[in-house]
Ligand binder design. Structure first.
Ligand SMILES: [Fe+2]
Ligand SMILES: [Fe+2]
Length: 289
């Protein structure tokens, strides 16, 4: 079974559109059995998600989808949970993709289990010494200081290192993701669903491929180039997902995207591969099972 994996097509971004079309054409021309598309296909506009997924209409094999954080960005008044659990799966079914976030899929002897994954702030860099309340609101102290609606974060400044007041970074999920629960609760909700899917396919499959958008291992968090990038590292994923695939010996591969930085690591019984598409350079990974 030949399996192809791509991610981060960002079809809503002008400079990503032609590279996304080109990689889709290439993928459709390969004689593969399974395609995994690992999220961040578009943004707030769901019509572009649909448009992007239809690029793979000519693909001859089974098509599986995992959402990315950008895919659950919404307009005011919309709900990201609704987008994740109802709207995106409906678009998947319309376009011939299996919504792996909702349910695993068994193809032959191989089980495919997926989740967008989320972050629990466990990847936040200790050396920055930024209090957790800033990470929860997805804004660094320097940016918070400039915006009236974040002044409550600076009501007490004893625990805010002076140097961090020059960090002007924001993680834009804070602006566009609208969840009716905390990030930690959302992360656990996805983790529990993933765990149930993994247990279900482990009963009937000889080997398992896990598919994420966020990165399941801290080793994939790039070394920080500057404090703003270091702050952003907190939003790359949660190692709870990595621990879960390490606990299931039938998982042979785990794939992810999101960081836009290709990488691979071997851990125990599995290989974890970050596809690493950027906005302008798209690529895919290929495995044979
Ligand atoms: Fe992305
Ligand atoms: Fe992402």
């Amino acid at each position: 079974m030949k399996v192809l994996v791509t991610a981060d097509l960002h079809y809503d971004i002008t400079r990503s559109r032609e590279p996304a079309r080109a990689i889709a054409r290439e993928i459709c021309g390969l004689d593969a059995d399974v395609l995994l598309v690992l999220g961040d296909v578009a943004g707030r506009d769901v019509d572009i998600v649909r448009e992007c997924l239809t690029l793979f209409d000519p693909f001859p094999g089974r098509k599986l989808f995992v959402a990315g954080n950008h895919d659950i960005w919404t307009h005011p008044g919309e709900c990201s949970l609704e987008r994740y659990e109802r709207i995106l799966p409906a678009i998947c079914r319309e376009t011939g993709f299996h919504p792996l976030d909702l349910e695993p899929l068994v193809i032959g002897e191989v089980g495919f289990v997926g989740s967008m994954g989320w972050y629990d702030f466990g990847y936040r860099p200790a050396w920055l010494k930024i209090p957790l309340r800033f990470y929860r609101e997805k804004i660094a102290p320097g940016a918070a200081a400039r915006l009236a609606r974040y002044q409550h974060l600076l009501a007490e400044t004893d625990d805010v290192p002076e140097a961090t007041l020059s960090i002007g970074a924001r993680w834009m999920d804070g602006e566009h993701v609208r969840l009716p629960m905390s990030d930690l609760d959302f992360c656990h909700r996805l983790l529990e669903r993933f765990k149930a899917g993994l247990a279900a396919v482990a009963l009937v499959c000889r080997q398992i491929v896990a598919a994420f958008h966020h990165v399941p291992f801290a080793a994939f968090v790039p070394p920080a180039r500057n404090p703003s990038w270091a702050f952003a590292g907190a939003y790359l994923g949660s190692e709870m997902f990595g621990e879960m695939v390490l606990a299931e010996p039938k998982v042979r591969y785990a794939f992810c995207g999101h960081s836009h930085l290709a990488g691979r690591l071997k851990a125990a019984h599995l290989e974890c591969i970050n596809v690493g598409c950027t906005y302008v350079q798209k690529r895919y990974e290929q495995i044979e099972l």
